[in-house]
Design a protein around this ligand. Sequence first.
Ligand code: MN
Length: 466
Amino acid sequence: MTNEHRQSMRAFLAIADEASSLTRIADRVDPVHEIAAWLSLLDGRGPLVFENVAGHAMAVTGNHLTTRAQAARALGVETDGLQARLVDAVRSPLAPRVVAGPAPCQEVVVPDPDLAALPIPVFFEHETGPYISAGAIVARDTVSGRGNLSIARLKPLGANRALIGIAPNHHLSQLARAARARGDRLEIAVSLGNHPALLLAACFYLGLGDDELEVAGALFGEPLEVAPCRSVGLAVPAHCELVLEGVLDPDETVEEGPVSEFHGMYERYGAGHVVTFSQMTRRRDAVFQCVLPGYAGEHVLLGAEAIAAGLRQSLDRALPSVREVAVTAGGAGRLHAVVSLEGAREGAARRAIFAVWAAVSLVKQVTVVDGDVDPWDPVAVEHAVATRMRPERDLIVVSGVQADRAEPLEKDGLVGKLGIDATAFASDRSDWTRARPPEAVLARVRERIARQLRDSGTATPGRPRS
Ligand code: MN
């Protein structure tokens, strides 16, 4: 086992290394476009570490959470237990604990940092510069004292300044406006190089005032260890790799230019806010983390898991029969949801569709399936649509709904929505029995297959589709 602290990115990478899922790239790579090309071409393979980045001594890492199986392993659960783990963490937050003594992320202190000294990748052809894409940003509401943790892109603007990409409805933007109304500028601390639990927690859509750092602690099953910042009144994850401390000024804006979005295309959001960093702290041998942006595995997964777990919670309040909620990779981890309902009575599927639309504005298409269908399996979902859905009865199309600014087909602020009820109606068929060998025989043979694979040293196969 690893000696690294279990709340560190290093512990996650060490475990991936032991499981032979880590790939070290010894080739010299250019942070301009080349790191993105490697991450893109090896998407889904496991974490990558670039040990030799042109012009920089610091290593770069990415692709930590490109599959659900990786995310589950990082949290120490089976894949089919991932959603329950995330929902439990949101329901039972744990307050952080301040570490005594110097924190690992503060071994080196750099006043007035120059962002050009960091190996920040330029990802895509038509973006206008490099982006810090894995920065987990800590902030605090100075009135309520409650913390906030969220991920937002940062584009260096020269020296210690950067543009921050946040929509007006983001908590960070709300906190910045509230600080300005009091005549202050919002202090922030960008924490880089984090364990997957922190990145997943940062992506949750909680209420304003609900602290995502407490959810990260719950995911670890112990309080998150934090360290007080040196120049701002915040505390950051103590075991991260690198911290940028500074302020967010909502009065200063700068034009961003085309920027990639989760759906895979470029958006032009116009002007963004500016942040100014007064200090950087880091580990002596810090590793720089990035999340490949655009329509890429990790970017899609971070949104999908957080939205799905949040939807699961809202739906549990509206309906008694929710088994699991998926937000699909094909829907870019934001646009399409699939809800599986256990023993739902007639009309429950339609109720679920409206509840999803009400809860998350980005979700455009909702498919509802029965409890025997795995909502994360696109083939199983399509099979349910093929065999249980009558278009003339089971489709709901709604036009002219207020859209999120990141919606790819948004026009004049509006978009259409599609609901698909793919649950079985008793009135459609007199016999829904699945044709297959008897269950007792399946169980017996399943056991024999598992034994044979064990004996031949092959990994046990997943549960066969029933
Ligand atoms: Mn928040």
